[in-house]
Design a protein around this ligand. Sequence first.
Ligand SMILES: [Cu+2]
Length: 155
Amino acid sequence: MQKRKFLTMFLFGAIALAQPGFAADALKVDEARVVAPVPGQTVAAAYMVLESPKGARVVAAESDVADSVQIHTMSMQGDVMRMRRLEALDLPAGRPVQLAPGGTHLMLFGLRGKLRPGGTVALRLTVTEAGGANRIISLSLPVVDGPHAHGGRHD
Ligand SMILES: [Cu+2]
């Protein structure tokens, strides 16, 4: 009796995992935050760790508090840290992708109003899955104080 119950639960679990839209299928977002800009700045950087169970790409980002949101990478060119805009960010299946100070990040341009530590910022990511379906991921990011590891130049 006990054994049969276990088997039924197992089967149900397997079916649930196979259906799109269940939690096990979802993009995992950790450590998401926006660093409050230094006074007078109209740009801010957002960081997070993204992990998708399936191969996927972040193809766009937008926020109500910014005119535009771009995906950037950073790299050294000689002595200068340079930023380059990416058209999309690849999320290999099951591998966490770090958006962190000094590396890949999201950049909010044309901030409307002030971003104060303790507040939150709404951000939407458009994610394309390997099969081609687009999904909008709505996030609420806490605004935190520094560090401002974002001194590089933009092309
Ligand atoms: Cu940038």
